[in-house]
Design a binder for this molecule. Structure first.
Ligand SMILES: NC(=O)c1ccc[n+]([C@@H]2O[C@H](COP(=O)([O-])OP(=O)(O)OC[C@H]3O[C@@H](n4cnc5c(N)ncnc54)[C@H](O)[C@@H]3O)[C@@H](O)[C@H]2O)c1
Length: 297
């Protein structure tokens, strides 16, 4: 599916770290706009599956009019390390997007490695759901280059991106992110730094409450979702949203929020924890609150 150099003139070469739900989705958004992408993951299986998944997302988004039709897709190259891809391509990325698992230690390690590899002034963009940018900045040697960009899932279909300005985020990094989002035709809404920022601080405890309602036997997942859709205008309902996010990521993000706010409403409820232990992770595992057999994750 990929053209060698992407659409001439985009001038971007994006390194995306993490080829999971979000890394693949962000890669699809970028290649769909003609941007060359290096996609990196430690997990060889994820990397092997990524091109087909990304190709499917690009085709679907085009059919829905969410990506430009007829644009030559950007080149997609996968690899096990950013250092390896930089050496093989004898090139540097114009921006790095970190989309690895929502574990503070894993992100700190990745961000420290990125800082050591890319030239100063390269924007380092974190797609964390909940970890404050200032906390992530402690792991970097160049906090001015670090900025948060909370792409929503699926990135090709949701046009608004929550942009998080850490207290040390530089104007140049913010401007570079805005320019990249403009090429990707996303709308940036800039907020200040906090655990969960705006969207996860509100959405994640709400989903946790919805799971508690199901666990208490008040209503089925389907009834909760249909009520939230039909009565309150929620697009999919909180439990379908949970399945789309991935229950493992939801639990990780709730722990991050709980640890940094002390809000007991953010402590992942027992049913969520049980489902994650049982491997019922939502769409990505084929089963969560709903069944997704035969559907691409
Ligand atoms: N799932 C969502 O709806 C959603 C939405 C917005 C933001 N986010 C955030 O995006 C990030 C990724 O979430 P996800 O849902 O894609 O998770 P995921 O579990 O689907 O994927 C994470 C990937 O990161 C990889 N990884 C872990 N450590 C790595 C490392 N050191 N180097 C390279 N790859 C590594 C894993 O192998 C995995 O493939 C998280 O910070 C999450 O909170 C998720």
């Amino acid at each position: 599916m990929a053209a060698e150099n992407g659409v001439p003139g985009t001038g971007h070469r994006l390194a995306v770290l993490g080829a999971g739900v979000m890394g693949s989705g962000i890669a699809a958004l970028a290649v769909g706009h003609g941007i060359a992408v290096w996609l990196i993951d430690l997990d060889r299986r994820r990397l092997d599956e990524a091109p087909a998944r990304i190709g499917h997302q690009v085709r679907t988004a085009r059919l829905l009019g969410a990506l430009p039709d007829g644009a030559v897709p950007g080149a997609l190259v996968t690899g096990l390390s950013l250092a390896g891809l930089m050496a093989a391509g004898d090139a540097v990325p114009t921006a790095v997007i970190e989309a690895v698992t929502e574990h503070p230690d894993a992100k700190a390690k990745v961000l420290a490695e990125v800082c050591a590899l890319v030239p100063p002034g390269t924007p380092i963009i974190s797609n964390t759901s909940a970890i404050p940018v200032d906390e992530l900045a402690l792991a970097t040697t160049r906090p001015a280059d670090l900025v948060g960009a909370h792409f929503m899932n699926p990135p090709c279909l949701i046009r608004t991106v929550e942009v998080i300005r850490g207290t040390q985020t530089g104007e140049a990094a913010l401007a570079a992110l805005r320019a990249l989002l403009a090429v990707l035709r996303r709308q940036a809404i800039v907020v200040e730094d906090a655990p969960g920022f705006v969207t996860s601080r509100i959405l994640h405890p709400m989903i946790n409450d919805a799971v508690r309602v199901v666990a208490s036997g008040t209503a089925s997942a389907d009834a909760v979702d249909r009520l939230m859709q039909g009565c309150l205008g929620h697009p999919t309902g909180p439990l379908r949203t949970a399945d789309l996010i991935g229950l493992d990521n939801l639990v990780d993000s709730l722990w991050v929020l709980h640890g940094r706010t002390g809000d007991e409403g953010c402590r992942p409820c027992d049913l969520l924890l049980e489902m994650v232990r049982a491997g019922r992770l939502g769409r990505k595992s084929g089963r969560g609150f709903y069944e997704y057999e035969g559907e691409p994750a």
